[in-house]
Design a protein around this ligand. Sequence first.
Ligand code: ADP
Ligand code: ASP
Ligand code: MG
Length: 415
Amino acid sequence: MSTPVKNTPILVQKYGGTSVATVDQIRLVAKRVAAQRRQGKAVVVVVSAMGKTTDELVALSRELSSQPARREMDMLLHAGEIISASLLAIALEEEGVSAVSLTGSQAGMITDETHMQARIEQVEGERILHHLTRGRVVVITGFQGVSRRNEITTLGRGGSDTSAVAFAVGIGARQCEILTDVDGVYTADPRIVENPLKLSWCSYDEMLEMASLGAKVLHSRSVEIARKFGIELIVSSSAQEAPGTLVCSSEKGRKEFGEMEEVLIRGVAHNADVAKVALLGVPDEPGIAGRVFDVLGAHSVNILLIVQAESHEGHNDISFLVSSEMLSQIQGDLDALSGKIGARKVIGDQGVGTVSVVGEGVQRESGIAGRMFKALAEEGINIDLISTSNLMISCVVAEEFLEKAVQAVHREFLE
Ligand code: ADP
Ligand code: ASP
Ligand code: MG
């Protein structure tokens, strides 16, 4: 790991797309960053693409092809962040602060070559540190890197959070501020639940579960890296200076904020961007499940949940969840495989979502699952699949009832 800039505190901030959506907002961000710089801090700013730029670039590609090459998608999508980073550097210079923008590649973000879902292999922080020691604010494009063969890659949607934390590690910072359109992590998505509570802190483990289960306020891989390297995350508002939510180890959180012992459920997360695949009437023989999941592995598909029902008359049903965007990519191969292994039918269903409770109480208290299922039943919501771990209980429900499900479960545990 690189050594910090001598005697100077390093500040790493990440501004999300909604916070740099317009030139006026970029000017405001520049003023805020300039104020920090004038206080003598060494500042690294990681930015996302302006507003809905990434969605718009995806839409442009879809006008030309339903399955564009993933390499070309990376070439296309990484352009979004280059625009916002260079504009922010220009705005900073206008504020009288010396600044330089760098692409992920220029800033030393080395990844593997899994286009659109690249994993970070290493961050070489030297170039960033070189500019910092010369007093420049370094503005870096989030979401992207470069492979060792010089191919441009992106880290997956929402990946700028992960870039910011990785750069913090690469230059030896201790903290990373994630500045966004909400002023912290809440007990549920404030767009869906009317009065969720703002968390003053949350453990890495709980935040990782929340993010993996759909709370997109943080990219789950950013939390993974933060936990691994002990980087504290501060999630707060890009529009005002107010204390946000600290994501840290449970030891530190407990010590600083107390209260943790009584908390059963930290929050409710939901994910509408999932699809269910059901393989019906699969022969109940050794090796079949392995063959099914080999096919998925070949597409680098992330499987969110697997359920295999009890066997009946030598056959069983295997159901699993994947992200919505993956369904179309794997459907053809699954159809082919289902023929080969003699399955009766494959069904792909986009019309589902997951609602999940996350918290240490799931393991400690026996009644949590019952309360969750009852809360859903009282709203007439049918549970399709269930999955549990030490920290969470997750239910698959019809997407049309998802918001109602989140509200009901939140009411049960957190209001
Ligand atoms: P950015 O563009 O800054 O990366 P995102 O849209 O990716 O912002 O993430 C912020 C959004 O995350 C919020 O606007 C909010 O709707 C959503 N969100 C989902 N779950 C939560 C939660 N538990 N707490 C706060 N925000 C949440
Ligand atoms: N611009 C990218 C996206 O929209 C990355 C990010 O915003 O974090 O997914
Ligand atoms: Mg985001």
